[in-house]
Design a binder for this molecule. Structure first.
Ligand SMILES: Cc1cc2nc3c(=O)[nH]c(=O)nc-3n(C[C@H](O)[C@H](O)[C@H](O)COP(=O)(O)OP(=O)(O)OC[C@H]3O[C@@H](n4cnc5c(N)ncnc54)[C@H](O)[C@@H]3O)c2cc1C
Length: 433
């Protein structure tokens, strides 16, 4: 491969207590939590909208549970979703268009500078210590320096650039498939089924709906990879959120793989709609009204930290002395990396589990936290804690920690975790029991 050396002197646009890279569910909570602690925060987002998968990724419902009193409860309230518990015990549908405004209002805090359409392209390091990030925007390249940086990019990009060890996928390297979620209107509410996924037993006549789709796929009416038809309710009557398209074998950190995956997903949307017209009662008149701006990425890098949590620990409802997210709860939801449906025959349920502080401190780098789906865990563990409620609680805990480090002039590894826990419980967050 041909290489060139490239050096450039850039403007330092600002010095911050906390830099948060990425404004998904984890990043917005990290930024706001740090700002509310009095920290001066830079929130950097490559898209033109805040929210990550909550908005641009078009992902819903908000799934998973955490202990009481976290920012997750605040956001569920802000997004107006408590009344939209149409998914069952732990899932809330939200309005993507309203969320684009509400989440912008949420991060519009006097202590936060929001850098939209600004991409983290590199890191500034002195030895093992992270000093900030290099970003690119419409005006060119500049630096943001910060006492502590939170990597909430989903892809663990900041950690990777800073030299932290990362892993991807399961033993054979395959990751969960990418999916483009989309919304259809024109569904007859009287007749049109709702199907949440494999945990759902909804029937079409005498047959389980998912078995019906599988049978039709075997009869050649639908490609096999699209046979797991998930039709979620939305906040609007007569609409469904479709979480069914999928392309396997894609690594979304490899730019050369992105376009072909996105194209295939967009073609699959219309294959599905043709199938719905023909085979699903109540869906005869449905049409696509919107879809994700970006391919939905379930899994890329996991940043290895001072502790690596496993699904087995989570299933057993693990507790840790250095807990910072308590009573996290969701199934180990592995969309098959090598085919359609679930990867494992039996869905693994988890007792409410703790996430320890050490999962958020990447090995080998100082002044850096992770938050969101890129934290330190195994492939199977990630399949549970990656849901948005849990990512929000992670962001809040880590944002609070980052602000404390900046205020005290200590590194994340020097921070007294007990004091962090006290600060979180003072705010009303349930951490024990
Ligand atoms: C198809 C699909 C369906 C899912 N279904 C559900 C579901 O029903 N319910 C649920 O709760 N969860 C679901 N999930 C999981 C959930 O959406 C994610 O795991 C969660 O959003 C992760 O949050 P995050 O904040 O870590 O990352 P993200 O939401 O991905 O946010 C990361 C943000 O960082 C930004 N970013 C990345 N790189 C850079 C950079 N270099 N510079 C600046 N900004 C950057 C991105 O643009 C993005 O805004 C689903 C995921 C997918 C893909």
């Amino acid at each position: 491969m041909e290489r060139i050396n490239y050096t450039k002197t850039v403007e330092v646009r600002g010095r911050y207590d906390v830099i948060v890279a990425g404004s998904g569910p984890a990043g917005i909570c990290a930024a706001v939590a740090a700002a509310r602690e009095g920290a001066k925060v830079a929130l950097v987002e490559r898209y033109g909208v805040v929210g990550g998968n909550l908005t641009a990724g078009y992902v819903g419902p908000i799934l998973g549970m955490v202990g009481k009193g976290t920012m997750r409860d605040e956001l569920v309230e802000l997004l107006g979703v408590p009344q939209n518990d149409m998914i069952g015990r732990t899932g809330f549908a939200h309005d993507f268009e309203r969320a684009k405004m509400t989440l912008a209002q949420f991060v519009n805090h006097p202590n936060i500078d929001v850098f939209l359409q600004t991409t983290v392209a590199d890191v500034v390091k002195e030895g093992d210590t992270l000093r900030g990030v290099i970003v690119t925007a419409g005006e060119g390249t500049f630096a943001l320096l910060g006492a502590v940086t939170v990597d909430a990019t989903g892809d663990g990009l900041v950690s990777y650039l800073a030299g932290a060890p990362t892993e991807k996928g399961r033993e054979d390297g395959l990751m969960q498939p990418v999916t483009l979620e989309f919304t259809i209107s024109g569904v007859d509410e009287e007749k049109g089924v709702i199907c949440i996924g494999d945990v759902d037993d909804v029937r079409l006549g005498d047959e389980r709906f998912l078995d019906y789709c599988k049978r039709l796929s075997l009869e050649g009416e639908l490609p096999e990879r699209l046979a797991a038809v998930r039709l979620h309710p939305t906040v609007h009557k007569g609409c469904r959120q479709v979480n069914t398209t999928q392309v396997n074998g894609v690594d979304m950190t490899r730019v050369e793989q992105i376009f072909s995956a996105d194209l295939e997903l967009r073609e699959q949307m219309f294959t599905l709609v043709d199938f719905f017209h023909k085979h699903i009662p109540g869906y005869e008149q449905c049409r696509v009204i919107s879809s994700g701006t970006t391919t939905g990425v379930r899994e890329t890098r996991r940043v290895m930290g001072d502790y690596v949590i496993t699904a087995e620990e989570m299933a057993a409802g693990c507790r840790f002395e250095d807990v910072i997210v308590h009573r996290a709860e969701f199934i180990v939801d592995i969309h098959n990396p090598a085919g359609s449906g679930q990867a494992e025959e039996h869905i693994q349920y988890c007792d409410p589990y703790d996430l320890p502080y050490r999962c958020f401190t990447p090995k080998g780098v100082e002044n850096l936290y992770t938050a969101g789906r890129c934290i330190s865990g195994t492939h199977r563990a990630h399949a549970s804690y990656r849901v948005m409620s849990i990512c929000m609680a992670m962001g809040e805990a880590v944002g609070t920690a980052a602000a404390m480090c900046a205020a005290e002039g200590c590194t994340p590894r020097e921070l007294d975790v007990k004091r962090l826990q006290n600060r979180l419980t003072d705010k009303g967050i349930e951490l024990y029991g």
